[in-house]
Design a protein around this ligand. Sequence first.
Ligand code: TZP
Ligand code: MG
Length: 208
Amino acid sequence: MKEFKLYAITGEEFHQGRDLIEVMEQAIRGGVDIIQLRDKSSSKREVLKKAKALRELTRKYGVTFIVNDHIDVALAVDADGIHIGQDDLPLAEARKIVGDKIIGISTHKLEEALEAEAGGADYIGVGPIFHTNSKVDVVDPVTTAYVKQVADEITIPFVAIGGIKLHNVDQVLQAGATRICMISEIVGADDIKGVCETFIKILSKKGE
Ligand code: TZP
Ligand code: MG
């Protein structure tokens, strides 16, 4: 998959009434490399409608587009990939369906990370690092100790997620993350583009 640093996930409860496409376009203009459609409450048909619109947007900007959970929707709109959790279709089965599209997997402990890597995941999510209100099936925060473990043991790309904010991102990068993913800090921001630009600056400094 294409190299990435800043990954934004939709979370319409944080969009402050703003239009989904406008919100994500601001994030893209701020420098986000990947957009994920994550919608746990709408009907499949609604999700499909949003996915179509986001596919159009991301294509226009050359940004990677990932769909959470709905493999059928991802295929229907020709998304670049899917993101699945530990309770979703196992990686091997998902791979049979999506072929060489990107598969990302959420992991909460090293065993899961190693399993995902061995199974051919394209990237893994590492989190939730901190407490977050953006996920209902919350597991305890994995803390930056897990980031450090993954940075030491895993060779596929990993992205840190969960409660990451401007004020604590340094801790995450210090622990070894080079890619970060957020919902509320990005899509809930008053100045979405500005916040993304700031994160990009912080991430690029780290890469120097
Ligand atoms: N997976 C692990 S934490 C999380 C997901 C989807 C929620 C991240 O949202 P926020 O608002 O950036 O904490
Ligand atoms: Mg899932």
